[in-house]
Design a protein around this ligand. Structure first.
Ligand code: FAD
Ligand code: SIN
Length: 538
């Protein structure tokens, strides 16, 4: 038996399975590996998640002039009151310790006069973003992977596309208790489906950004984790709150390169290229370019639509050349390669989907509704972000909840039963597909109508149009799924559609505009009573 062909029941070689090798998954794995044998599974490469792409940094109160209360308030203002106050405090108070751990792991954060350098981003009232130049995510991913590789108790397997959780339905003797015992995963090399079984499973599979045609998220952000948890019976909430980053590079060749919010934090200004005017004063005269993301993204969208533009300009060329190159070396190099010199002229930018605020409902212990399943990171809805995530609070959430999941599993360990006998994956009724074109066609179609009908500005009519398309496609894809052998593309398409359905259902449910959800049919925020999460129950 190899590690990838997991056996059954008590001789399962791992104690805990972690799905995802980004910030949330590896934080949990490292915490557990002191005493437990951990298997980390990842789709494609181990660096394929959003973590490696993060630019701006990680928010933490580290400056003497700043306070937890300030960070809490900024988070709740950005989140338009939909945040859970207890969660916000829980995460923000643990931020400095998370940064200390990353420093111990060797993350080379920028320093100034012996202290960590703090940059600023939209929605933050203080400088509080620690960073590694403008490529923080890559440095964090590298440090976490290095530590995990060095741990004898962690096995990491890339090239495994998880399909569905193994639940009580898959026991040799069926019981309806709904407990999770691991996961079925496609080995991308052999094309065979493996069973991975353990006492505890942590879901850390990232977001669903690729449901949109334009997104800064990597190719694999297809909402697999959210869709898997939903199918297994977990509640999902606030899926209408999809975050659009205001400044993605507009370029016909490079479609998803982010221009970090820190460019505006360090003085970058937005201009209408037709009028030559700075336009944020018409949308948020006080906070201007440093208003929260939803405000800036909507302002750019409005300006583009009103003037029939392809893009707006982001300009930091008024700052000294050395300052710009010193702060943004990755972006500078990338743009120079495309013929754009940000030290002498503006950068053409457009909004693009960036972050999934909603997800699988978790509590402060990172527990989901399903016994045996914990979840952390972008695939979850913990209550931290509310209706709009504050910049650089996301990596932070991954560290805090990755650790919370691991601690809870360790605390509960003796109460977690040994896995039962589990049935192998049933392939007896499927054949190889002879129509891969169906998958490609549907992928493109979903992403296009989600962008056009369920984007930055919504209407009930457009949402209903999207819903009708999704209902039809879901039927088509489920038929296809039932007939043919699974491939990563098919698994992702099925999940992408599931995520799209959850987003549209949630958006139709909310009869107001709040944070990232803006609809012309209900343009006002409902101020009567407490703001309510949109919770969908399977
Ligand atoms: P990810 O890092 O996305 O990892 C997901 C993991 O799950 C991957 O290993 C993937 O292979 C695996 N996976 C997915 N599906 C499956 C499956 N079916 N089977 C097996 N494995 C699967 N946040 C900040 O706080 N600060 C920033 O500066 C910042 N900058 C960003 C810049 C960009 C361009 C982007 C896209 C995001 C940025 N974010 C930032 C957001 C932040 O990077 C992410 O929210 C965070 O990294 C998510 O981490 P995660 O561990 O939850 O998931
Ligand atoms: C950025 O660098 O602008 C991204 C920060 C974030 O998504 O939190």
């Amino acid at each position: 038996m190899t590690h990838s062909q997991t056996s059954n029941s008590a001789d399962a070689p791992y104690d805990v399975i972690v799905i995802g090798s980004g910030a949330a998954g590896l934080t949990a794995a490292l915490e557990l590996a002191e005493t437990k044998r951990v298997l980390v599974l990842a789709k494609g490469s181990l660096t394929g998640g959003s973590t490696a792409w993060a630019q701006g940094g990680i928010a933490a109160v580290l400056d003497a002039g700043d306070t937890f209360e300030n960070h809490v308030r900024d988070t709740m203002v950005a989140g338009a009151g939909l945040n859970d106050a207890e969660t916000v405090e829980f995460v923000i108070e643990r931020a400095p310790a998370s940064i200390d751990r990353l420093v111990e792991l060797g993350v080379p954060f920028n320093q100034e006069s012996g202290d960590l350098h703090l940059t600023r981003e939209g929605g933050h009232s203080h400088r509080r973003i620690v960073h590694v130049d403008d490529a923080t995510g890559w440095a964090v991913q590298e440090a976490l992977l290095k530590a995990a590789e060095a741990s004898p108790n962690i096995t990491m397997l890339g090239g495994r596309t998880c399909i569905d959780f193994i639940t009580d339905r898959h026991r040799e003797k069926f019981s309806a208790a709904g407990r999770v015992w691991g996961v079925y995963a496609l080995n991308e090399e052999t094309g065979r489906v493996e069973r991975h079984i353990a006492r505890a499973t942590i879901l850390a599979a990232g977001g669903a950004g690729r449901v949109y045609q334009f997104s800064t998220a990597p190719r694999g952000a297809t909402g697999d984790g959210i869709a898997m948890a939903w199918r297994a019976g977990a509640r999902v909430s606030n899926m209408e709150m999809m975050q659009f980053h205001p400044t993605c590079l507009y370029n016909l060749e490079v479609k998803n390169f982010l221009i970090t919010e820190a460019v505006r934090g360090e003085g970058g200004r937005l201009f209408n290229p037709r009028t030559g005017k700075r336009f944020m004063e018409f949308y948020d005269a006080t906070r201007m370019e440093l208003a929260p993301r939803d405000v800036v993204a909507r302002a750019i969208d409005a300006e583009i639509k009103r003037f029939g533009l392809d893009y707006v300009h982001l300009d930091i060329s008024h700052e000294a050349e050395e300052f710009v190159k010193g702060h943004f070396p990755t972006i500078y190099d990338k743009l120079i390669g495309l013929g754009i010199d940000m030290t002498t002229g503006p950068i053409p930018v457009v909004p693009a989907q960036h972050y999934t605020c909603g997800g699988v409902v978790v509590d402060l212990f990172a527990r989901t509704d399903l016994p045996g399943l914990w979840a952390a990171g972008e695939c979850t809805e913990s209550g931290l972000h509310g209706a709009n995530r504050l910049a650089s609070n996301s990596l932070l959430e991954c560290f805090v909840y990755g650790e919370a999941a691991a601690s809870d599993i360790l605390t509960m360990w003796d109460q977690l039963e040994e896995p039962p006998e589990i049935k192998p994956w049933d392939e007896s009724r499927v054949t190889d597909s002879d129509e891969e074109v169906v998958i490609k066609q549907n992928w493109t179609e979903i992403r296009r109508f989600m962008w056009n009908y369920v984007g930055i500005v919504r209407t009930t009519k457009r949402l209903e149009r999207a819903k009708n398309r999704i209902d039809l496609l879901m039927k088509e894809v489920e038929d296809y799924y039932g007939q043919f052998r699974v491939t990563t593309d098919l698994i992702e398409l099925r999940n992408l559609l599931q995520a799209a359905q959850l987003i549209v259902r949630s958006a139709l449910h909310r009869k107001e505009s709040r944070g990232l959800h803006y609809t012309l049919d209900y343009p006002e925020t409902d101020e009567a009573g407490e703001p309510e999460d949109t919770v969908l129950v399977p």
